[in-house]
Design a protein around this ligand. Structure first.
Ligand code: ADP
Length: 230
């Protein structure tokens, strides 16, 4: 099943064309890295996939449903909350809430809080025994694990991660990308933006973006690095 499909996406800011005729299919169970030089449009692409930004042209289809022309913020937030789990470079945890409360938040937002599931997710990401810790009592890697558990809370169709390891040291970054790999092995669909070949190598497919165009939508790591360096 196609989880997400982009058709002819174009996005510009003033005169600058940032994404130009992007066509991309993401199947259920894929683990995709989006690579490309700085400024190539990776974050813009991920934001459009995650309904955080609107394209000027083209279609966004999530699980066979065209969601391009939904403009009502409440409906958009609801679809986002149910279908998409976001992980960013920084964990963006709420400092006055415990790890458990942070993980619970998305489920409260869509009206179906489930404390047992939140605990199970914290166990899954290796944080059993940290339920009542506040973010400032956790390391950077542990905070990112909480953010990943939070992204999984509503059992989304797809996880979108924007440079999820960029603010972590090399060793911690490796444990976090390993966690993504384990989640993918369990069936979760993941699309991750990264500039780091040591992180991208864990994914199963590499999409190369360059100057707002897709140069390859299934490159090997070697091909991707060559395309980016050109
Ligand atoms: P990447 O993630 O590959 O570094 P981005 O998607 O962040 O690339 O940005 C692509 C281009 O779009 C850059 O030139 C950036 O300056 C520009 N851009 C991104 N967001 C905005 C915005 N909100 N307003 C104007 N220009 C933007």
């Amino acid at each position: 099943m196609k989880v997400l499909k982009l058709e002819g996406i174009r996005k510009s800011y003033n005169d600058l064309v940032v994404l130009d005729n992007i066509n991309l299919d993401i199947d259920e169970g894929e683990f995709v890295s989006i690579m490309g030089p700085s400024g190539s449009g990776k974050t813009t692409l991920l934001n459009i996939m995650g309904l955080l930004d609107k394209p000027d042209k083209g279609k966004i289809i999530i699980k066979n449903k065209d969601v391009t022309n939904i403009y009502d913020d409440n409906i958009l937030s609801y679809i986002r909350g149910k279908e998409i789990g976001f992980v960013f470079q920084h964990s963006y945890l709420i400092p006055v809430l415990t790890a458990l409360e942070n993980v619970l938040l998305p489920s409260i937002f869509i009206g179906s809080p489930n404390k047992d599931r939140a605990k199970k997710l914290l166990d899954l990401v290796g944080l059993k025994g940290y339920y009542n810790h506040y973010p400032n009592q956790l390391s950077g890697g542990q905070q990112q694990r909480v953010a990943i558990a939070r992204a999984l809370m509503n059992n989304p169709s797809i996880i979108l991660a924007d440079e999820p390891t960029a603010s972590l040291d090399v060793k911690t970054a490796k444990t976090i990308v390993n966690l993504f790999k384990e989640l993918n092995d369990k069936g979760h669909t993941i699309v991750m933006v990264t500039h780091d070949p040591n992180i991208a190598k864990y994914s199963k497919r590499i999409v190369v973006l360059y100057g707002g165009k897709i140069l390859s939508d299934n490159a090997s790591l070697e091909e991707a690095l060559k395309l980016i360096e050109q």
